[in-house]
Each structure stands twice: as C-alpha cells, then as structure tokens.
Design a protein around this ligand. Structure first.
Ligand code: PNW
Length: 481
C-alpha cells in the first residue's frame, strides 16, 4: 500500500460525504406524479442498456429513503450529495410543478439536516424531462431557460436548507455521450448537436446560477465537472502533445473556458470548425456563463492517455470501440486512446491515485482562490457476499478500501501542497444503476441486493465510517465492525 507524505489529520472542517444521483437510486419511476425522463426512454431501447436493466425500481430509495438517511447517520458523514429528478418535481420540464415530488426532496433535506448532515444538491444529473428532449433537448436554447426556471423554483422551495447548489453534473457526459456517441440518453449520434449541447449546458449553468442567487443571495453555487487528466503517450513527441491538446480542448476547455476564463478555447473552435460554426453562441452568452463559483466540484476516477494515430489499423476511441463506431470526441479522427498499465477496476479504468493530486494542483495553479471539492471518487469491483462466523453477511471489498485509501491520501497530498479542497464525496453510498452498464457494475460502499433492495455494509463502509468520524486516514486494515 502506498503511504504518501500527507498530514496525519485532515482539517477539522473538511467535509466527508457520499454521493448518489436520482435516476440511479430512486426507482418509483411512475409514482408520486413523476414524469418520464430521457433515461426512462433510453432504457426501453433494445440493446441500449446491459441486461435490459432500467431505473424503474433501482435501489427503491424513493420508498427506503429514511433507512438510507439512517445509513448516512451511522457512517458519520458530514455531507450527502444527492440530485433532484427534474421530471419528479416538474413532470413536463416546464409548466406546473408537482408538490408531491417537491415534498419528497424537502422531507429528505430536513431529515439530513436534523442529523447534522449537510445537503449538497445537484439539480441535473442527466435525467432531462422527456418533453424537453422532444422539443430538441440540449440542442435547443430553450432548454437552458427552462432549466433556470426549474432552478429558481427549487431554490424557493428548499431555500437555505441546501448547503451547496450544484447546477449540473458532468456536462461532458450529457453533451458528448448523450448527443455524439449516443451511449447515454437521449442516445443521439449527431456530432454538431453535441457541440450545441455543450454550449446550452454551459448557458443553463449560468442562467441557473443567476436565478438561484436572485432567490437566495447568500447561496453557494457550484458545478461539477469530470475533467480528464491527460497524458501524451510519448511526452517528447510533438504529435502526441498536439493530440493531447486537441482532447484537452474538447474534454476540459469546453467547460473551464467559458465558466472560468470567459471564452471557448481557440483550439476547440478551430478543431471543430469542420463540424460546426458555433453560431449558437450569441452575444452576451459568455458573460452569462461566467457566474462566480463558490466552489468547483470535480469527479475523478482515472487518467487518459492519448497519441497521434500512427496509421496502422483503425484508431480506437475512448471506450475501446473502433473509431468507426460513434465517438464522443467530436471532430477528432486521428487520435488514439492508449490502454495504460493496470490495475484496473471492473469498469476497465486504470487505477492511478496520483492523477487526482495532479488535477487538484493544476486547478489550484490555474485558478488560484477557487475552492474545490471532490464530488465523486470511487471504484466498481465484483464484490462477493460471504457469511462470517456468527452467520452475518459480510463483503470484504479490499480493493475498494485500497482505492479509497489511496485517493483520499491523494487529496491529502494536495491539501498539504496548499490547495483549497473543502470536501470529498465517495461514489457511491449504494450500489446502483450504472447507466449503460445497468446493475452489472457496483460502486457502492453499501451493497444492494437486487431485487430485494436489502442493504449490507461492505468493509469499505466500515473503513469510511472510521475516516469520517476521526478525520484521520485509517490504515486499509481498519475495517472492524
Ligand atoms: C460518473 N466516462 O459518470 C457519474 O457522475 C456517475 O453518475 C457515475 O455512476 C460514475 O461516474 C461512475 O461511472 C461517468 O465515460 C460516466 O468518462 C462515464 C464517464 C465518466 C463519468
């Protein structure tokens, strides 16, 4: 086990939390007045989701939420990151709100606060109301205005009971996986549309941030990005470095640029000029997108290595598919994604905790004074339930404990180097619906049995409780119940 030089203790006010998302855990897809979302629709497309799984029931959190709040309380976490299902609170995405849906989140937020757990609320974790997609979805500018009205309404309903308002989770996924590669909802494979989606998501963030602050002037506003930590296969090769810059513009610059620098990077506009003229960016948009951020959320799982396509065979895309399958990398034809040394998680993602320190340091250097939070980090493994001497179910997920240990240590290393990191959220509280992979991938620190929904603490939950309650990095062996 690696033991990086980190302070023995995290700051006393450092927030330990866990994260989930509405569609991945709630179920009750047709209950309580909820309207359909684009994920309900994609789940009905044959072949779209592994095993034909759907979020119809998921972890049944909609009915079991009191029990889940109990798990959070016993874990001793100071914060919980949840997302609101837009179509549960506003079934059509515009028009009337659904009081029953709003009450669900209001009660949940109250229950968390009563236990001293701060709610970090994400307004959009990919479950767009289907009616809005039918009108063009994120390719349509109107969706950004609709999002801002939804955000305004929720700010009024939940008010200052919410600790941090996060507008969007990983707009990279919404835009490129939803509209270019099509592996996420709405499952479209239209590269030009994906670029329009990038911009309308950025615009939606800016409009929503402004609307939230109009209702709640003291609100803390955030967005969560999945930045890519990139490596050039040969750092001495100008071609590979150019390939890396090309991917950096699409993956990172497309969001950091307008959010924090006030402009899309020239490399992004040039590199996609053959796909789109970006005429959907209107005068004044960039000022709207660049709203002050109280904290930037970053999700981190792995690193990405690229090189210039060397002309043998067919270049591979990010997920190992041949580039002739739809690629999320709009406009890119001559970049290869290189498989890196393991170990790997069950997602096939290489494990490299140092990449997290690197990402935090890099953000700190580029945007000094911008507070950061790790809003997701975790790993899928094939866990196994065993029975201990006293007949109790146990899950000895040693690889997940090691993953969390090393990545928390990586956050500690960034803190020690002076980076302003405020919190860390383990993905995920529960095993849940892992999007196109259905229930085949388990990220939880608490196991969920399907279909009974029964929850069982894994060793990683026991380890995380020790971390959250002491603020000290436990050894990987500290998993006693
Ligand atoms: C994130 N990629 O998803 C999401 O925020 C979570 O909902 C999800 O469960 C978690 O990470 C684990 O996958 C991602 O292809 C999905 O690069 C795909 C990618 C990145 C993040």
């Amino acid at each position: 086990m690696s033991t990086p030089a980190i302070p023995a203790d995290f700051p006393a006010d450092f927030l330990w939390g866990t994260a989930t998302a509405s569609y991945q855990i709630e179920g009750a897809a047709a209950e309580g007045g909820r309207g359909p979302s684009i994920w309900d629709t994609l789940c009905r497309v044959p072949g779209a989701i592994q095993g034909g799984d759907t979020g119809d029931v998921a972890c049944d959190h909609y009915h079991r939420w009191r029990e889940d709040v109990g798990h959070l309380e016993r874990l001793g976490v100071g914060a919980y990151r949840l997302s609101i299902s837009w179509s549960r609170v506003q079934p059509g995405g515009s028009g009337p709100f659904n009081p029953e849906g709003v009450a669900f989140y209001s009660d949940l937020v109250d229950a968390l606060r009563e236990r001293g757990i701060r709610p970090y609320v994400t307004l959009y974790h990919w479950d767009l109301p289907q009616e809005l997609e039918d009108a063009g979805g994120w390719t349509d500018r109107e969706t950004a205005y609709a999002f801002a009205e939804y955000a305004r309404h929720m700010a009024g309903e939940l008010g200052d009971r919410v600790e941090v308002w996060t507008t969007l989770n990983e707009p990279w996924c919404s835009a490129y996986l939803g509209y270019a590669s099509g592996v996420h909802a709405p499952g479209r494979t239209e590269p030009a549309a994906a670029l329009a989606a990038v911009h309308h998501l950025n615009l939606a963030h800016g409009l929503a941030a402004r609307a939230i602050r109009e209702v709640l002037p003291a609100a803390q506003v955030s967005i969560t990005l999945n930045l890519h930590v990139l490596r050039a296969a040969d750092p001495a090769s100008a071609d590979d470095l150019a390939a890396k810059a090309q991917i950096d513009a699409l993956a990172n610059g497309a969001f950091l640029g307008p959010l924090l620098d006030g402009a899309y990077p020239a490399g992004l506009l040039d590199g996609t000029a053959h796909v789109s003229d970006w005429s959907f960016v209107r005068d004044g948009d960039l000022e709207l997108v660049r709203q002050p951020l109280d904290v930037l959320g970053v999700n981190y799982y792995s690193t990405t290595m690229v090189r210039r396509f060397r002309g043998e065979g067919e270049p591979e895309s990010a997920d190992g598919h041949k580039a002739s399958a739809a690629s999320p990398w709009v406009g890119v034809t001559d970049v290869e994604f290189v498989r890196q040394p393991g170990p790997y998680t069950a997602m096939g993602w290489n494990i490299e905790a140092g990449g997290l320190t690197e990402m935090l340091l890099d953000l700190h250097e580029r945007y000094p004074g911008l507070p950061l939070a790790v809003t997701e980090n975790g790993a899928a493994f094939d866990d196994e339930v065993v029975t201990d001497g006293e007949g109790r179910p146990r899950v000895h997920d040693a690889r997940r404990v090691a993953y969390l240990h090393d990545h928390v240590a990586a956050v500690g290393a960034a803190l020690a180097a002076g980076v302003d990191v405020r919190g860390y959220f383990a993905w995920s509280l529960l095993d849940n619906f892992e999007w196109a992979y259905g229930y085949s991938k388990r990220f939880g620190i608490i196991r969920v049995d399907y279909p009974t929904g029964e929850r069982t603490w894994k060793d990683s939950a026991l380890w995380y409780r020790r971390l959250a309650t002491t603020g000290r990095l436990p050894a990987v062996t500290e998993t006693a119940p």
